[in-house]
Design a binder for this molecule. Sequence first.
Ligand code: MTE
Ligand code: MO
Length: 513
Amino acid sequence: DPSLPRFRISEVRKHGAGAENPWVIHEDKVYDITDWIPAHPGGQVILRAAGGSIDPYWDIFSIHKSQYVYDILSQYLIGYVDQADLVNGKPAQEQIEDPFADDPVRHPALITKTAKPRNAETPEDALGAQFLTPNDLFYVRNHMWVPKIDEASADAHVLSIELLDGTVRQYTLKELKTKFASHKITAVLQCSGNRRKHMTEGSGRSTNGLQWAAGAISNASWEGVLLSDVLADAGFDIKEGLSGASETKHVHFSGLEAYASSIPIRKAVDPQGDVILAYSMNDEPLPRDHGYPLRALVPGHVAARSVKWLNQITLSDEESTSQWQRKDYKCFGPNETKVDWDAAPAIQEMPVQSAITGVKLRGWRDTPESSASAGIKDGKPTKGAAPVQGISLNGYAFSGGGRSIIRVDISFDGGSSWTQAQLLPDGVGKDGSPSPGQGHGAWSWKRWRFDGDIPMTAFQDQEGSCSPRRCTTVIAKATDDVYNTQPESHAATWNLRGNLATAWHRVQVCADC
Ligand code: MTE
Ligand code: MO
């Protein structure tokens, strides 16, 4: 409708999130979204775009790029962007706000997969080096921008809890901290996409998602309040939740940027489940990237359920309807390339996983047998000698659901023969029980070490030659306390989204002969 008025972008800016009538720009059109806000499925998050262009947000929430959404928006059209502010029919780039402009500065050692939104993995040396991953090296998985809550207003941050009957109870962060006992647990977070890159390479088939290597996993000590304490205070009958008698079957978490997902009520109220609403990480306030000022922490479950920047908990008879619950974080058969998302359950507890995070060859060494023959010269085996190559490996192993790791097996011959790595006694008291802060389950990873020798035959070709430089593959696999173990091949568990890539971890090592 060309009779509608034209607005300068400076005029649109006055209609930001705090204004009585918030406006947004889509392409070259201006909309007054006042009446849309209460009906918007993601809630008030749409206000993030108010006073500017909505298009960079829709690039993130790509679900909006549909005729259905354009039709809704068209009802709120009030005018056009003034020609003076348009370049090639659109607002000039520098006029459009960058949704990520407020994102925090990150540690340069993190391995960036995407900058906007920020997705970065923990470097290998940091994975194996410490039981607790330092906060600034903890992997980051953000679907959107990082919501900004400054220190001064953190205590006033509000968490709303809605029960099945619609009752709403609100707590400020300060109330949560003072009213409820604090609870500390040490727990791994692992993305369902951890090792997706290995699945892609190992199966020779593409997968849809960030190509994480083995660093979309980290371990930290978390402090917060027990979700079940807060739910009880809000009026939920924990006993009914535990017995299964309650009509409430799921607990939805949602964050300030509208990311949302849910967990079964059973996990939420399990006295051994250790689900907390965390405000501290490794004895520091949660870093912004990890959910400041409050996040859900669901130990033993896929990290997608540990919702950051938590501001809403809803009890429901069904799962969260978010795309991250219903249309993502599920697995299908290796043959299934067109999938019915509703046909598979959402990933909750994680399967058993392990990875090699450090490899060091220590050189050739004679054995009694090989020194009896020609032996080693200039650090290399001589013809006819069969020394061994010293090797040191380290890595992590982890299983979901609180199941502990009982063993990590190592192979140098493709899986025909095996030997055991040594599990480090992290988080275990002298009697073998969890040390304080470890909670009721094995929520942390087990780091492991292997020091041993690879026989020269592993490096030899069919003619028995290993010269001048030949490679072999080292393999690690873990087993948990219910004797579940990792699958041999990625081909067997390939799924189109590349979730739960847990096949034996194979790493190539090469030696000079
Ligand atoms: N919570 C919010 N609000 N937004 C997100 O993008 N990502 C989820 C989960 N919680 C996410 C979120 C996913 S998929 C993962 S793997 C973990 O957060 C990552 O947590 P981290 O960034 O603290 O490592
Ligand atoms: Mo994730």
